[in-house]
Design a protein around this ligand. Structure first.
Ligand code: SF4
Ligand code: ZN
Length: 339
């Protein structure tokens, strides 16, 4: 017997929604997902009319679907946003070079201007160089710290008011688990925030906070969106992999587990009695970029690389006194990009 779509009751159901188990036709699925993202944006006041929004674009499914849906909702609901794509070239041969080609096509497909910044021009190192120097251990620490700063620098160059990232519900649930495993209570309390960095120059927003990864993949697949699906060649070494597997297993047993993990972490509020406090944002003495320490993490990691001491700054312990600046750690390209 043909199953009809639970919503329109007219079309044949094409899929079962992983999040709600509803059986829907393709069109009703698109509408359901787009309406949920719109509701998240409106309820959480993620954007204001007239804002310039940098969409962090990697060419992967999340950011491609985000660029697609934001373009669509911006027109459908007259958000009045000025959207553009911002990509970072980490310098990972066989991965990022190919995915950037996808982003370049997305620029044409969505009619949104694209800006690409590279680790090479910002830091003088590609990720391939870094892995050659430090091996596979800790490479994602370097990559994560450098990417975060690179995105903020790119957004500042483009005079963006905010940055939208494709972090989905699964990503956030994984981060919740990782913070529990690390006993990082302050981060656990704030890793579910839908807007972060409001205290700094560039707030980041997550319109996909409640969107399941499987549904993003289905949406991209059914809509035949142009995205790049190969994993980073250094990904198997990422600690996040184990948490990812665990979240997928939980979802298998109980689809609501992802939302529940996010909800649980939302209940955590910073306990001031523990003595843990949120870092106060200031400016890095070397690069001028926002930092809660005298010298930002990117500059410390870079100093380690340039001095042939790559473990410098890799430890999670906060340093009170930062090492003295040396000439080698300040590439000219970074100076030119200080806000
Ligand atoms: Fe960078 Fe690690 Fe992600 Fe690869 S898996 S892009 S090295 S953070
Ligand atoms: Zn710095």
């Amino acid at each position: 017997m043909v199953k009809l779509c639970n919503r329109c009751q007219k079309e044949k159901a094409a899929l079962k929604r992983p999040k709600t188990s509803e059986q829907l036709c393709k069109q009703c699925f698109y509408t359901a997902l787009e309406d949920e993202v719109h509701e998240t944006i409106v309820k959480n006041k993620l954007f204001k009319a007239g804002e310039r929004i940098a969409v962090a674009a990697s060419g992967g499914k999340d950011s491609t679907v985000l660029a697609h849906i934001l373009t669509l909702l911006n027109a459908r609901h007259s958000y009045g946003l000025d959207l553009f794509l911002l990509s970072i070239d980490e310098g990972i041969t066989g991965y990022r070079d190919d995915s950037l080609e996808t982003v370049k096509r997305n620029e044409q497909q969505y009619g949104i201007p694209l800006k690409i910044l590279s680790y090479q021009e910002l830091y003088g190192w590609t990720m391939d160089d870094i892995v050659r120097a430090i091996g596979h251990k800790n490479n994602c620490t370097f990559c994560g710290v450098f990417r975060r700063q690179a995105l903020d620098r790119g957004a500042a160059l483009l005079k963006a008011d905010k940055m939208a990232t494709g972090h989905n519900a699964d990503d956030i649930a994984e981060t919740v688990l990782l913070n529990i495993l690390r006993g990082d209570v302050p981060r656990l309390g704030r890793c579910t925030n839908i807007i972060t960095g409001e205290e700094g120059a560039l707030p980041r927003v997550k319109p996909f906070k409640y969107t399941y990864e499987k549904e993003i993949v289905m949406y991209a697949f059914f809509k035949k969106l142009d995205y790049f699906s190969t994993e980073c060649i250094y990904a198997p070494y990422a600690a996040r992999g184990a948490a990812r597997e665990f979240v997928k297993d939980l979802e298998q047993v109980r689809p609501r587990a992802i939302c529940d993990l996010i909800k649980s972490a939302e209940q955590f509020r910073l306990d001031t009695k523990t003595g843990e406090s949120l870092p106060v944002p200031g400016k890095c003495q070397r690069c001028g970029y926002i930092s809660s320490q005298d010298v930002c993490k990117a500059c410390i990691l870079l100093e380690g690389l340039n001095k042939g001491m790559p473990t410098l700054g890799v430890s999670r312990t906060r340093t009170k006194k930062a090492p003295k600046p040396t000439k080698a750690v300040q590439p000219a390209a970074v100076n030119g990009l200080v806000q």
